[in-house]
Each structure stands twice: as C-alpha cells, then as structure tokens.
Design a protein around this ligand. Structure first.
Ligand code: FAD
Length: 555
C-alpha cells in the first residue's frame, strides 16, 4: 500500500484494542483509518415471533452484551483519536459501499472460521482483489490456526487406533478427533514466546464520513427493544474494559489459577462462580485468547506447581482451540446428517418435551433452575450445562441434540458456533465422548454440591421455602409441608399427577411422560441407554470407533 492512503478495519469479533493485529496493521502508515462495525438487522433487530425476547438469531442478553462491547470499543478508540463507525445493512453490501466511497487501499479484518464468515469473506476478498485493495486477515481469535493443526496432523488411522506417531509424514487433511492427540500436535503456539502488543498510543484520524449513514452505537431501545427490569438481564457487562478487569481479578489470585481443576468446580456457585466467566468476552473477542494464555503462563512460571491440561485453566483454552479445529475441519459439523464424526442416533423431535425443558418446567428443580439461569443470565457453569444437555438428550428425554443446541445458541451470551456444537456432540455421546452409561442424575448431582438447594431457591423462587429434604424432589414432600412452603406441587410447580396451572395440552402430555420421568428418572435413563446401545451397534463403523484416550478424561 502506498504510504499515506486509506485503511479500513472491519470489526466483527475481535472487539478490542489489545492484541489486535488487524487494527495494528491497518493503522500502519495510513493517512486515514476507518474503524467499522456493521449492524446486520437479521442478527440485531427484534423478532416478535421468537420464543424469547431477542432477534431471529440471538437473545436480548447477548445483543445487549454486544452493544456494550461496541460502546466500550468506541470509547477506547476515541481516546486514541479515532471512533467507531457504525453502519446498518447486509454486511457485504455495506462494506463494498464503504470501500468505494472512502477510496480504501487496505482492508483488515480478523480471520474467522465460522461457515457464515467463510462464505462472506470469500466474496469480500474477491471484491477487494478485483478493486486492487490489499487484504490483511490474520488469525487472532484462537491460539492456533486450525488449518495449520489439520495440516500437521498425521493420518486418521493412527489417531483412531491409539498408535499415534508424531513423526508420521502422512497427512489426513482431517482434524484430530481427541483432545490428547490435538495437544500432541499443537505444542506451544508460535507467538507465545514473545510479548503481544497490548497497548496502542494513537491511531490515524477518521476521514470524511458525511452522508454515509454513520451512526453512534445504538442502545437496545434504539434497536426497538423494550426496557427490561434489571433482574431479567444478565449481570455480566460487555466490553474489553470489563474483560480485562475480570481477567486481572482472576490472575491476581495466583493460587486459584495454579490449582484450577475444572471437574472440581461447584456448578451451583452463582454469587462467586467457580470459573472465570470470561467466555462471553472470548466469544466476542473483547478478550484475546492469546493474551489470556500468556497471562496464565506468567502465573504458572511463578508458582511451585500447577495443574495441567485437560483440567487446568490453560487446558480450558486448549479445549476451545480443540473444538475450533474440529469444527473447521469437519463438514456439516453442526448437524447429524452428513457429519462423518457424528453417530447416527434416532433422536425424537418432540417439541413439547423440548418446550418443557427450554421453559424450565420439567419438574426437576435442579434442571429447571439451570434453565432459568440460562434464560436470565445467558451463562451457566460448564457442569450445569452438562446436566441439562444430558437430560435433554441421552439422559432422559431423548430429544435431538440439534434442538438443544439451538436453544443454547440463542440464549447463551457466550454462544459460539464451534464450541457449542462441539459440546452438544460430546454431551449427547454423538462424538468425541462415548460413555453413554454415565448419566447425570437430575436429583443427586446438584445435591452433592449444594445440599441446601440455595441455587434452586435463587433461580426458582417458588421453591424458596421448601425444606432442604425435599428441594431436589419436591413431589415427595407431604402436602402439609408444601402448604407451609407456599408451593403446591402440581399447582405452583409442575408435577404430572396434580392439576397443573400450565397449558392443558402440555399437562396431559406431562401426565403420560412424567410418570416415566419425574417419578422415575431410573426408567427413562435406562430406556435411553438401551436406545443408545442399539444405535451404537448400528454405527459400528471405523469412524465411530471409541476413542480410548478421551474415555480416560473426566470432565
Ligand atoms: P473457564 O473454565 O474459566 O474457562 C476459560 C475459557 O476456556 C472459557 O471461557 C472458554 O473459552 C474455554 N473453555 C472452557 N471450557 C470449555 C469447553 N468445554 N469447550 C471449549 N472451550 C472451553 N462455551 C462457549 O464459550 N460457548 C458456547 O456456546 C458453549 N456451549 C456449550 C454447550 C454445552 C452443552 C456445554 C456442555 C458446554 C458449552 N460451552 C460453551 C463450554 C463451557 O461450558 C464454557 O466455555 C464455560 O462454562 C465458560 O465459562 P468460563 O469462561 O468461566 O470457563
């Protein structure tokens, strides 16, 4: 690019200043720098037909989180002599207009592995190439470039049969199917030994943007959403400033970082969650996963001993990259049909069962409380996600994992295409993990961590006065206790054999279903196991072979 010409940095994820190679490169030698974010109405505008407040694609919590992140970015850019230019419309079309209007010679944006961006970016790159515009699209959302891992990975058969050979010259063109083989191939990321650029002191000014339909970052109300009460919204605020504050808070407790062991965390801890709650910031790139990685390494260097992957905090970031690599290298990763790593299982498509699960009326307080936390906060602990995903699919209801995935995709503030699909494949024993006999009990699992049921009382206030002896199985409480607790089961909280205040049809259906489920989780889970066993028998192909390495990992 001729020095002195115009650059455009296109923010999609990567909503940050620190460790942002696209922004850094765009700023170099430019007379004018145009920092752009395009609001795609399909993603952002209210959809009154959706099952919960939000757009067609995202719940209102995530949209608010994104707007807060954009406002924070705008404020940081202004401190550097720039600002965020917000435009509205179909992203490709808006971008082409801007490139032309502002005579852009260099276009910079973070590389994105999601299918949506893969398709869009091909069009953008073609347009830019025809117009003689330089494109710089670095990999900075993940620790590794998934394509490099796939390129380095030896043949499929070596991985599948546990005789993995690092020196193998053969290349499968496929991603590692186990975390352990991913670790072996990945090693240390190439950038990790030198310090990342975390501060920028100034940026080139923004050129003339009159008559281009530029706006400030809109508020939720300006996008057409109604004002919501604070208790209906997530307590987590979006933005890079908040991300870095949260990161520092976690890293300051060196002992906690050094001893972090994911499976030991308490999924019911909500006032002070057992994990970092950095996932929404990583999702939008308000926090660089590479910077996070370096901070953890700094802590680890200065302590006597620390935990290791897969359970350590560093190990969690590697899980993220593992799923990104698997998703990038697997066609149709987000569905059962046509997905070569996904077991074919005859799931049901029962929308009523799905709705009972989604709307927190299964009658199992532990499961329902988690689903309320999802609706209200858009975030739950990893093991809580395990419980509800297992319950919906292979544990009790036998509903298709894609349906649960869709609900998570909409409601999570950290909703991430690769990680969400990867974990649903895992939890439903469709891929990666195959121990379908290990089912989470919707009663005893939560009780182990929270015998008093404080988590349930908080997210399901209707049960707040239920004595702890009954809070996980309120249908077993004598009527006198239910009356005293001001919660009659079957009236105030679901139970199949009492008159229900819920929709009559659903009630009738509950009558038939819940004598299997509420009354006997044992029966439902046994049936599920039998169905899985049959399906596995039918799936006995090489691709469906059990991966011994992953069976050893307790997550
Ligand atoms: P920490 O334990 O503090 O971990 C730090 C970071 O490591 C996380 O922020 C996340 O980026 C990464 N990480 C941790 N666990 C995993 C994991 N199992 N897989 C991949 N990356 C991981 N996570 C998402 O970010 N987006 C999703 O859409 C998502 N959907 C999920 C769906 C299901 C059914 C399940 C079981 C898990 C899902 N997860 C998802 C993974 C995990 O639950 C969250 O990343 C984690 O709970 C976020 O909390 P944290 O930031 O406090 O995690």
């Amino acid at each position: 690019m001729a020095s002195g010409s115009n650059s455009l940095v296109w923010f999609r994820k990567g909503i940050r200043i620190h460790d942002n190679p696209a922004l850094e490169y765009a700023a170099k030698g430019s007379s004018y720098l145009y920092p752009v974010f395009v609001i795609d109405p399909r993603y952002m505008e209210p959809d009154p037909t959706a099952f919960s407040p939000g757009s067609a694609r995202a719940g209102v919590n995530r949209i608010r989180f994104l707007l807060e992140s954009l406002a924070d970015l705008d404020s940081s850019l202004r401190k550097l002599g720039s600002r965020l230019l917000v435009l509205k419309g179909e992203p490709g079309e808006v971008l082409f207009r801007c490139l032309k209007e502002w005579d852009i010679k260099r276009l910079c944006f973070e590389y994105d592995t999601e299918p949506y961006y893969q398709a869009l970016d091909i069009k953008v790159k073609n347009y830019a190439s025809a117009a003689g515009i330089e494109v710089f699209s670095p990999v900075s959302h993940t620790l590794f470039n998934p394509a490099d891992i796939i390129q380095k990975f030896p043949s499929l058969s070596d991985d599948m049969y546990g005789c993995f050979d690092e020196t193998s010259e053969k290349n499968s063109g496929r991603p590692p199917s186990s975390y352990q083989s991913f670790l072996k191939i990945a090693g240390q990321p190439s950038w990790a030994s030198s310090a990342l650029l975390t501060t920028i002191t100034s940026l080139p000014p923004v050129g003339n943007v009159e008559n281009c339909g530029i706006s400030n970052v809109p508020t939720l109300q300006e996008l057409g959403y109604e004002e919501s009460g604070q208790d209906e919204l997530t307590p987590f605020r979006g933005g890079e400033s908040e991300a870095l504050k949260r990161l520092r808070g976690a890293m300051d407790d060196k002992e906690w970082v050094a001893k972090f062991e994911k499976p030991k965390g308490d999924p019911s801890a909500f006032l002070r969650p057992a994990t970092t709650v950095l996932s929404p910031y990583l999702k939008f790139g308000c926090l660089s996963s590479r910077y996070f990685y370096q901070c953890i390494q700094d802590v680890q260097k200065n302590v006597k001993s620390h935990t290791l992957p897969p359970v350590s905090l560093l190990g969690q970031l590697l899980w993220r990259d593992f799923f990104y690599t698997a998703a990038f290298g697997t066609p149709n990763f987000d569905r059962m049909n046509g997905n070569r790593i996904c077991k074919q299982i005859p799931w049901n498509a029962d929308d009523e069962l799905l709705a009972a699960w989604r709307d927190a009326r299964t009658g199992f307080p532990w499961i329902d409380a988690i689903m309320v936390q999802l609706q209200k906060w858009g975030w739950m602990h990893h093991l809580a996600r395990h419980c509800v995903a297992c319950f919906l699919t292979r544990g009790d209801l036998f509903v298709h994992w894609e349906k649960g995935r869709d609900v998570f995709e909409r409601l999570l503030i950290d909703s991430d295409w690769a990680i969400n699909n990867g974990n649903w494949l895992w939890l439903s024993c469709s891929s990666f993990f195959y121990q379908y006999n290990r089912i989470y009990s919707p009663i005893s699992f939560g009780k182990k961590y929270d015998p008093n049921g404080d988590y349930i009382r908080y997210f399901l206030p209707i049960l707040k006065d239920m004595p702890k002896e009954y809070i996980y199985e309120p249908w077993t409480a004598p009527l006198s206790i239910q009356t005293k607790a001001k919660c009659i089961i079957g009236k105030d909280y679901p139970k199949p054999d009492h008159e229900s205040p819920y929709d009559l049809q659903v009630h009738e259906w509950l009558m038939t279903q819940f004598d299997k489920i509420v009354v006997s989780h044992d029966t439902a889970s046994k049936e599920c196991k039998n169905k899985l066993a049959e399906a596995y028998e039918l799936n006995k192909t090489r691709n469906g072979a059990v991966n011994e390495e992953d069976l050893k990992i307790l997550r």
